[in-house]
Design a protein around this ligand. Sequence first.
Ligand code: SF4
Length: 215
Amino acid sequence: MQNPLLAGAGERDLPTVSLSSLQHYAFCPRQCALIHNEQAWAENYLTAQGQALHRRVDSGEPETRKGVRFERSVHVSAERLGLSGVIDMVECELSTGQLYPVEYKRGKPKPEPFDEIQLCAQALCLEEMTEQTISEGALWYMQTRHRVSVAFTDALREQTLTIIHQVRILLASGQTPSPNYDKRCKACSLIELCQPKLLEKDRSVGYVAGLFDDK
Ligand code: SF4
């Protein structure tokens, strides 16, 4: 995946990427490149539901309840990490100043840690900006109407930093990975643009033809 043009590029030479690109990458690197390098976007009912949920969250005014300040749509930018974006909600414990990121999700908890990685990246941004250690955040799921606490363990932090680095390399390379048709594609809003079955078939036809090429 590493572009030879980027061999030797330092972390500082890589572009700043958006928080949302991490989740797209964790779901499918090709989807991430199509959206963030090729500006492809298609809405399906899942993305439409997600956008409606975020519009509802974003429209709320900041408020204070029981010693906690709730700030919505908080813009963050962390130069050292190479990340920027918007956090759905940041809760601040007024007595201690402790910050706590909260991300709203349309569906239900997933077996893969995509949501946890996005939330941990938000915490890492807040840590760089405030020099405060953030050890926990929460995911709120619309489908189950359930709030799930997430601890930012060393393992999750490491996994998140790896994904951030991989996304920065991918988006700096300008390359779009080949499709890999599997069960994720059925839920992917870009399936029409991506054409994973067709392109995979093209690749296998090319491979078979290559076997019979005169050397
Ligand atoms: S259709 Fe499949 S291979 Fe294509 S971008 Fe979506 S998840 Fe990735």
